[in-house]
Design a protein around this ligand. Structure first.
Ligand code: ATP
Length: 366
């Protein structure tokens, strides 16, 4: 499948409404598992529908390889059925009067493929998705998760160049969701299909994607591998949206009101000189350590005194709530805590764990 390219893509649904998607540049390469990630209403579904051809652009263009499939100014619009893309939405409509096998075969029949080829493809995807055993059942005789697998099988059978999935696992319980994620990852490897997957669930995106595009309010915030997004968030929005418990933010907005931000300011001036107009600093909970004595704090760390105000077990891991003068910091650890609520401890973090943002929230340091 050629690369899909969105250039300055824009969507506005009405005369007086804000852009649902603004000036979006996005490249989706062959074989990529791209997750569009962001909060509700950020424009993920609109983007997917524009790629599919279910929405036309208000501005910009979309190309598939060298072929322009949507461009307002050029007067081009290729309809969905001519874009060779398979779509699976949150609500997957299976034909209630057809068996699972016939449902899986449905798209192939429409395309009038030879019988032997159809049978071979249907068998292959039914085996891959572990639904062959239900072949003679009807959709109403399957669970939600099993039906969702049939919807996926039906799409994979027609072997679309691109699979567009809009929150396809949202109706499943936690365990099935996890199973389906593993299955999707396996399928992506086996079928080498390009996948564009919409989700608001950061874990889903982190576990599935080869590339994540984080969106907010119709604009692209960052595009990169899951590690890029997590370890080098391009701005404060991405830093705060990805990660659970969320990243700790020390806001420099009100200087002099907090000993911990003053400390951070002094620390940054000494360790990362030359940084100007710092707006805030983020530290991931797992990057923070704690110690009872000053001599146990690693040299060169950013550190300060705190009181432990909460010890929260989360089944194998623990969250510690630490209170400085007017800041609460959370740290996570998989080692059983050696402190109790009320203890005075020192927190510390290495310099590379400090994500520094400017007053507009943009990352300004490594
Ligand atoms: P969710 O995760 O809640 O599905 P989303 O990130 O997929 O959200 P979109 O569905 O793309 O977001 O919506 C983006 C914006 O466009 C929202 O403000 C939404 O209200 C608006 N919008 C979406 N579809 C339409 C429509 N058909 N007509 C008018 N406005 C729309």
């Amino acid at each position: 499948m050629p690369t899909i390219n969105l250039r300055g893509a824009q969507k506005n649904y009405g005369v007086n409404s804000a852009n649902a998607v603004s000036d979006l540049d996005l490249e989706i390469r062959d074989g990529e598992f791209m997750c569009l990630l962001g909060p509700s209403g950020c424009g993920k579904t609109t983007t997917l529908r524009m790629i599919a051809g279910l929405e036309n652009l208000s501005g910009g263009e979309i190309r598939v390889g060298d072929r322009v499939v949507d461009c307002v100014s050029g007067g081009v619009f290729v309809p969905p059925e001519k874009r060779e893309m398979g779509l699976v939405f949150q609500s997957y409509a299976l034909w209630p009067h057809l068996t699972i096998e016939r449902n899986t075969d449905f798209g192939l029949r429409l395309r009038k493929l030879p019988k032997a080829e159809r049978e071979e493809r249907v068998e292959r995807v039914m085996q891959a998705l572990d639904i062959a055993k239900y072949r003679d059942r009807y959709p109403s005789q399957l669970s939600g998760g099993q039906q969702q697998r049939v919807a996926l099988a039906r799409m994979l059978a027609i072997n679309p160049g691109v699979l567009l999935l809009d929150e396809p696992l949202s109706n499943l319980d936690a365990r099935l969701r996890l199973e389906m994620r593993a299955e999707l990852k396996r399928l992506h490897k086996e079928f080498k299909t390009t996948i564009v997957f919409v989700t608001h669930d950061q874990w889903e995106a982190m576990t599935l994607a080869t590339t994540i595009a984080v969106m907010n309010e119709g604009t692209l915030q960052q595009i990169g591998t899951p590690n890029d997004i997590y370890d080098r968030p391009a701005n404060r929005f991405v830093a705060e949206f990805v990660g659970s418990p969320p990243i700790n933010i020390l806001d420099f907005g009100d200087p002099g009101t907090s000993d911990v931000t003053d400390k951070a300011e002094a620390y940054l001036a000494a360790h990362l000189p030359g940084l100007r107009s710092i707006g805030s600093v983020g530290i991931r909970p797992e990057a923070i350590g704690y110690a009872a004595r000053t001599e146990d704090v690693p040299e060169g760390s950013f550190s300060g005194e705190t009181t432990v105000t909460g010890v929260l077990p989360t089944g194998g891991n623990w969250i510690l709530e630490l209170r400085t003068d007017n800041h609460t910091l959370f740290l996570t650890t998989h080692v059983p805590p050696r402190v109790e609520q009320g203890a005075r401890v020192l927190f510390f973090a290495p310099p590379e764990a400090l994500h520094v943002f400017d007053a507009d929230g943009r990352r300004i340091a490594e």
